[in-house]
Design a protein around this ligand. Structure first.
Ligand code: PAF
Length: 283
């Protein structure tokens, strides 16, 4: 079983001598409830680094007051097995007190539209919580490379921006979205879905795929592509669209009428109480 560590001091004491020997370290930050998508990040890190640290921490500062912090699945025992099978070395599973020792604290915040559009509109404090905790993890582990999934595309753009702005010397490795056979993007929140909601949610990846095909065939109108996706999803009675939007890459810059390659087509849709996100790059 991968070794599980709960304190910053213990983890640093383990990693420092290994780094001094010239070993490379991969960090896979997670909130646990690990699934095949996380396993693919851990496998990628294990291939590219001598040591892989997987953090498992349900970060309270990235959840809004009415979000699912309490309900978020906590499955440390099975997470340890996933890490072991995927080739990870250490699991860092700190307490909230370890990560946030004092109520007076330092925030790391990326400002501007990049954190205000898409999920930022309904989750105004989310990205500040993500950038703060990821900075802490970067400083604790000082990894050579850090691994994130493209499923959280806005998080990826925000973190890349933070790394650039703060001159953080860590290679950002972004891994493709891991999907179930049905096309549904793997997410720890999929466990909230009923069977019928799960079946209905396959409309998300199907509509994104249609949009990419249309884009490749020459349909570059922002309105036409967005409407096409919204229309297909709306036909699914269990769905409730929060947004379907498209922004330019890199950095999520606003588009006028025409979608330029590469652009991010992203969506957030509720099925019952479960909010799912998915995206595709149009290029
Ligand atoms: O993507 C996640 O699971 C989280 O946002 C992260 C990066 C682990 C920070 O808590």
């Amino acid at each position: 079983m991968a070794t599980c560590i709960h304190t910053v001091e213990e983890l640093r004491n383990l990693i420092k001598p290994l780094k001094a020997q010239g070993k490379t370290v991969g960090l896979v930050p997670t909130m646990g409830a690990l699934h095949a998508g996380h396993a693919s990040l851990i496998e990628a890190s294990a291939k590219e680094n001598d040591i892989t640290v997987v953090s498992v921490f349900v970060n309270p500062t990235q959840f809004g007051p009415n979000e699912d912090f309490e309900a978020y699945p906590r499955t440390l025992e099975s997470d340890l097995k996933v890490v072991e099978n995927a080739g990870g070395t250490y699991v860092f599973a700190p307490s909230a007190k370890e990560m946030y020792p004092s109520e007076d604290m330092t925030w790391v915040e990326v400002t501007g539209d990049i954190t205000k559009v898409l999920c930022g509109r309904t989750r105004p404090i989310h990205f500040r919580g993500v950038t703060t905790v990821v900075t802490k993890l970067f400083n604790i582990v000082a990894p050579t490379r850090a691994y994130f999934g493209q499923k959280d595309a806005q998080q990826v753009e925000v973190l890349k921006r933070m790394v650039k702005d703060m001159f953080i010397d860590i290679q950002m490795r972004i891994m493709p979205i891991n999907r179930e056979e049905s096309g549904l993007a793997r997410s720890s929140r999929n466990t909230y879905l009923s069977e019928s909601e799960k079946a209905a949610a396959t409309v998300l990846s199907a509509s994104l795929k249609d949009a990419l095909e249309a884009f490749k065939k020459g349909e570059h109108s922002l309105k036409a592509i967005s409407e096409m996706v919204k229309e297909k999803i709306s036909k699914e009675p269990l769905s409730n669209i929060e947004y379907v939007e498209c922004y330019g890459l890199p950095g999520l810059y606003p588009l006028e009428n025409e979608i330029k390659a590469p652009s991010l087509l992203a969506l957030a849709v509720r099925f019952g109480n479960t909010r799912l996100i998915d995206n595709i790059i149009l290029e």
